[in-house]
Design a binder for this molecule. Structure first.
Ligand code: SF4
Length: 210
């Protein structure tokens, strides 16, 4: 890829983020604090897609920066990947939350909210054109792989998808940090192994393409 191509991808992603920030397609715009488009390197063969911004992401405007994000960074580092190598975003770009006991708590985005936000995800992936998409958690896989995706049964496998040549799903890091003891060690190891499998799939696809 030439420097001009690379600059064009950066510019197109920046323009899309500016356009998306004005979006009012769903009610999440009313409760969000900061819009969270995505970040990392858009000139990449690998994109991670989570479910949606949480509280810390909503405060900072950056994806995966809370405890779950720190764990994701840690697991990526174990297979020699950093945020400089990949792009990270979510199915919805504004935090889904509900008032509970006087404070806002995260909730899963509804199907309608995910559907309203899908064009931003699709257009992001059309610009980046990753070789492998890593869905973090079941809801992301339900959007990008198939609608009744079962993360417990189907994680770690590769699927063809209209969003890119290949997608796979692994545990959402926020699920991993909710585990304790041996269960934590087990699902954390699976998250690392799945990220490594995605990394190796990129190498395989590049070799196949010559
Ligand atoms: S979540 Fe997506 S569709 Fe809803 S307002 Fe935010 S950017 Fe628009």
């Amino acid at each position: 890829m030439t420097a001009t191509d690379s600059n064009s991808i950066h510019a197109r992603i920046a323009a899309l983020a500016t356009e998306a920030e004005q979006c009012t397609r769903c009610g999440l715009v009313k409760t969000r604090n900061k819009f969270v488009f995505g970040e990392g390197n858009p000139v990449t063969p690998m994109v991670f897609v989570g479910e949606g911004p949480g509280e810390t992401e909503d405060q900072t405007g950056r994806p995966f920066v809370g405890r779950a994000g720190l764990l994701l960074d840690e697991c990526m580092r174990e297979v020699k990947i950093t945020r400089k190598h990949v792009y990270v975003c979510n199915v919805v770009r504004c935090r889904a939350c509900v008032m509970d006991g006087g404070r806002l708590k995260n909730r899963p985005p509804t199907t309608d909210e995910a559907g309203a936000c899908e064009p931003w995800l699709r257009r992001t992936l059309e610009i980046i054109k990753p070789l492998v998409i890593v869905c973090l958690g079941g809801p992301s896989a339900s959007t990008l792989i198939h609608s009744d995706f079962k993360i417990t049964r189907e994680r770690g496998h590769f699927y063809e998808t209209v969003y890119g040549p290949i997608a796979m799903a692994t545990w959402h890091p926020s699920y991993v940090i909710r585990q304790e003891g041996a269960a934590f060690a087990q699902v954390r190891a699976q998250l690392v192994a799945d990220i490594d499998a995605a990394r190796r799939k990129v190498i395989e696809l590049r070799k196949a393409a010559g």
